[in-house]
Design a protein. Structure first.
Length: 188
């Protein structure tokens, strides 16, 4: 048996690097008034793309300690999923755009939080703006947090996920969103 040299191995490894398929993009919203929801929908459709799915009202999202510094407690929580797929590295730009929208609309609704994320076959990721032991730094001040993993045929919250992600209605919505992603992942 002939083994490839180190250089041949490295060339072979580089040739096999592959960009993953586009991910399904969504934004988790926490807000105080219905007017805010309509403004967020309008602003995000202009920036991101047409809304594909909108969750029913979900249990109240309780911000983590870092998010409590930038927003007051909210009354409502929804998730908006967008038609256009994103490449995973685009999450940083989407986070920055979501923060711009959030800052603008927080003048009317100081409880507004917009947390972008994406769905893939293996996990569901949220973009965060503060470091923590279970987050991976991407770049430009944005971190990725895995909130769900797909294990043994089921979507499972990670042990670090906030209690919100363990709620039955929330898990059901994200499971449905993942199923839609799986059914359509080969479409452009």
């Amino acid at each position: 048996m002939v083994f490839p040299s180190q250089v041949e191995f490295e060339v072979l490894a580089l040739e096999n690097l592959e960009r993953p398929r586009g991910a399904s993009f969504f934004c988790l919203l926490a807000f105080q008034s219905e007017d805010t929801l309509f403004e967020v929908k309008s602003a995000t459709e202009k920036r991101f793309s047409e809304i594909l799915y909108e969750s029913n009202s979900l249990p109240k999202y309780t911000p983590d300690s870092f998010e409590k510094e930038i927003a007051f407690p909210s009354r409502f929580t929804k998730v908006l999923s967008y038609k256009q797929r994103i490449h995973r590295e685009e999450l940083v730009q989407k986070k920055k755009e979501a923060v711009e929208i959030q800052i603008q609309l927080q003048k009317k609704d100081p409880s507004l939080l917009i947390l972008p994320g994406y769905v893939t076959s293996h996990n569901i990721i949220l973009a965060k703006s503060k470091d923590d032991f279970h987050r991976i730094y991407l770049y430009q001040g944005v971190y990725a947090e895995i909130v769900y993993q797909f294990i043994e045929g089921k979507l499972m919250p990670t042990k670090e996920s906030l209690p919100f992600f363990r709620e039955r209605d929330v898990l059901y919505f994200f499971s449905t969103l993942r199923e839609s992603y799986e059914l359509n992942k080969f479409k452009s």
